[in-house]
Design a protein around this ligand. Structure first.
Ligand SMILES: *Cc1c(COP(=O)(O)O)cnc(C)c1O
Length: 359
């Protein structure tokens, strides 16, 4: 059970029963995917070779780190992203937070960082949502996006891991793209830059994952595309993923998606969940190499991720050839979207045991 009031180390009282302030002063209909500052964040620290301290909820604000920190100098940092949803009865739930905890743990091992236990991670996320519960949008208006971070805060000039780490969780309300008639994505296949290489760090959520895609994305956006689709680094032949989301192709009743191998594709939790839902709905799902030609020949294409949820792809352009896909009416994409969001908002029974109560 959630306590009715929590006290933070700096004496701030968080009143969980403040009925006069059930909701923050936000125009819920105008929410997009941009940062809206909320009241509190969660912080805990760790020295190398030791365990994380107790951790606490503190007011949202700037943090201090050494100019020589490994985060800033060498990219020793990880991020996660997950959402808290309000159900019809007002209760708040998280979608598979344990999966984010496991992914951060795997990333931390790769980047030589200590990571919080699965239990501590999930508890920190719950505390952050609870402290900011007036920022969780009403059902159907969006969700509270939760961003856990793991950062090397201490100085290391010679190459080596940081002596000190911080685990921080902040949150921001975000809108429900799809319900507001968000347009399908128009993707441009990137033929110059590669996002990740075999054996590299493309399979973990390192803070260094997104800056390398910005120039390709900017070029595509300048030509009117929504985003870029990256091909494999070795051959430039197989589809991997979009800048920040995974991709699926539908042909008949077969759904295919690039397989997770050698650390080139980010193992999305939405991707994994959509595969499980598709199998439960009776589709055939194939995780394998997907040649770009095959994608161009698909009936439907869609993308998955915490931010985009399940978004249809309207077109893919490759070497000047533009192919369009079905995205109106009864699509596989829409059916999967309805099932996933139904589970997340409590409209559909959670038979998978994915949802975790916050309050
Ligand atoms: C986070 C991320 C995804 C999506 O993962 P989800 O767990 O579904 O949000 C896909 N690709 C990249 C590169 C990512 O960073």
């Amino acid at each position: 059970m959630a306590p009715s009031a929590q006290s933070t180390p700096d004496g701030t009282t968080i009143d969980n029963n403040c009925s006069s302030e059930k909701y923050a002063d936000v125009n819920w209909d105008e929410l997009g995917f941009s940062m809206t500052e909320t009241d509190f964040m969660y912080v805990m620290k760790c020295s190398i070779g030791e365990n994380f301290d107790e951790g606490s909820i503190i007011p949202y604000g700037n943090i201090q780190l050494s100019p020589c920190s490994t985060l800033v100098n060498y990219g020793q940092g990880l991020f996660e992203g997950l959402k808290a949803y309000r159900k019809e009865d007002g209760k708040i739930q998280l979608f598979r937070p344990d999966q984010n905890a496991l992914r951060m743990k795997a990333g931390a091992e790769r980047l030589c960082m200590p990571s919080p236990s699965i239990g501590k991670f999930v508890d920190a996320v719950k505390q952050t949502v609870l402290a900011n519960k007036r920022w969780v949008p009403p059902m159907g208006k969006g969700s509270l996006y939760v961003r856990p971070l793991l950062m090397g805060m201490g100085a290391a000039l010679g190459l080596g891991p940081s002596p000190e780490y911080m685990f921080l969780v902040f949150a921001s309300p975000v809108g429900d793209y799809y319900n507001k008639g968000r347009k399908p994505m128009n993707l441009l296949v990137e033929d110059k830059h590669r996002r990740a290489s075999p054996g590299g760090t493309g399979g973990i959520k390192t803070v260094a994952n997104y800056s390398p895609v910005l120039s390709a994305q900017a070029r595509a956006k300048a030509q009117g595309f929504s985003d870029v689709l990256f091909l494999d680094a070795a051959m430039g032949k197989y589809v991997e993923e979009v800048s920040a989301c995974n991709i699926f192709a539908v042909k008949g009743d077969v759904i295919s998606t690039p397989q997770i191998t050698c650390g080139t594709i980010l193992p999305g939790i939405t991707r994994k969940s959509i595969i499980e839902i598709a199998l439960a709905l009776g589709y055939k799902v194939e995780e394998r190499l997907v040649p770009v030609e095959e994608l161009l020949d698909a009936d439907e294409v869609f993308c998955t991720g915490t931010a985009v949820v399940v978004t249809p792809v309207g077109s893919v352009t490759h070497q000047g050839k533009r192919v369009e896909y079905k995205e109106q009416g009864e699509t596989v994409c829409h059916k999967l979207y309805e099932t996933l969001t139904g589970i997340q908002t409590g409209r559909i029974e959670d038979k998978m045991g994915w949802m975790v109560d916050v309050i």
